[in-house]
Design a protein around this ligand. Structure first.
Ligand code: 0X9
Ligand code: CA
Ligand code: CA
Ligand code: CA
Ligand code: ZN
Length: 313
């Protein structure tokens, strides 16, 4: 469990219960399903929020993913806040209602529940980042954000050593959690057209809005035209203006290879951003803001989420 005083954060079980309760309170606009299972066998739930949620309608789809890194618990709360806002606000908040009617919103609150549960084991924070899959030297964990299948391991932006914090895994998509996310997104290609038009993967921390590519410092390169880069920049800057984060190409932070946003764009041409949430700086404590920060720091991104939705067409 979370340490005393931080009970406002959701454990895995509480996250699953929160999705179920949002769904049972708003059955017409929600559908809960699964994108797969983790290394330890936990289910990876996804909630779809849209009018006529049971039907696959011809509406732009948007994906929000959270908690890829175990200790980044504030992001799980970000996804649950999105679920709460777009379900309880339906029919009362005009902007929410318009988005739920016009789009199909998919939310995966935890991509790494094995890691997240390990991180709070014993009621103390463990500082854990990766999943819980052993490597071939017996040390535990693949960095899911280095394990995606686009330019995996290409460019010095990950480690080949299983004990490293940025271990890329023995092969692309070797982590079951990454396979689940990739197969889900692959499955949204309908009639040869990717239905997901926009995506945010929430991380902590540093207060940044980041866009692809991460594997290169080049702006324009194979898979990214000047026009496409300019669109990433303008939507990214608009979102950053709304939440006070700093906008940048992700390689401006540092080079990564095999991260989710490079795959989302490189493989599927989805307008995909990585947000680094609150706080702006700090050491390991930066991953563990008190639960009193959850409401203000998740609400802070309402405008950015709406901008992403309005650009997902
Ligand atoms: O390193 C990561 O995976 C992300 N930062 S975190 O502190 N949450 O681990 C950043 C990924 C964004 N991509 C690049 N910076 N290239
Ligand atoms: Ca508290
Ligand atoms: Ca619909
Ligand atoms: Ca659809
Ligand atoms: Zn992260």
């Amino acid at each position: 469990d979370f340490p005393a005083g931080d009970e406002g954060y959701h454990t895995y079980e509480e996250m699953v219960a929160a999705l179920r309760s949002a769904a049972s309170a708003h059955p017409a606009i929600t559908a809960v399903s699964s994108i797969g299972s983790t290394y330890e066998g936990r289910d990876l739930p996804v909630i779809k929020i849209s009018d006529n949620a049971a039907a696959d309608e011809d509406e732009p789809e948007v994906l929000f993913t959270c908690n890829m890194h175990a200790r980044e618990h504030l992001t799980t709360e970000m996804c649950l806040h999105i679920v709460d806002r777009f379900t309880s606000g339906y029919g009362t908040d005009d902007g929410v209602t318009a988005n739920v009617d016009a789009k199909e919103i998919w939310v995966v609150p935890s991509q790494n529940p094995d890691g997240a549960e390990f991180d709070i084991s014993g009621g103390e924070y463990q500082g854990w980042r990766k999943n819980r899959q052993p490597g071939d030297d017996g040390t535990v964990g693949t960095d899911l954000n280095r394990n995606f299948s686009y330019k995996w391991g290409c460019c010095g932006g990950s480690s080949g050593s299983p004990s490293a914090e940025t271990y890329r895994g023995p092969s692309a998509a070797s982590a079951p959690e990454v396979r689940a996310v990739q197969s889900f997104v692959d499955s949204r290609v309908v009639g040869g057209v990717q239905q997901i038009k926009g995506h945010i993967d929430f991380h902590t921390y540093s207060e940044l809005v980041l866009w692809p590519f991460g594997f290169t410092h080049d702006t324009v390169t194979e898979g990214m035209t000047q026009e496409e880069y300019d669109r990433f920049t303008s939507v990214g800057e608009e979102m950053a203006a709304s939440n006070g984060y700093t906008p940048d190409q992700s390689s401006g932070l540092y080079i990564t290879d095999g991260d989710i946003t490079d795959w989302m764009w490189g493989q599927h041409k989805v307008l995909s951003y990585c947000f680094e949430m609150y706080p702006s700086g700090g050491g390991v404590e930066g991953f563990y803001p008190p639960d009193e920060d959850i409401a203000p720091q998740t609400t802070r991104n309402d405008g950015a989420v709406d901008i992403l939705l309005s650009n997902a067409t």
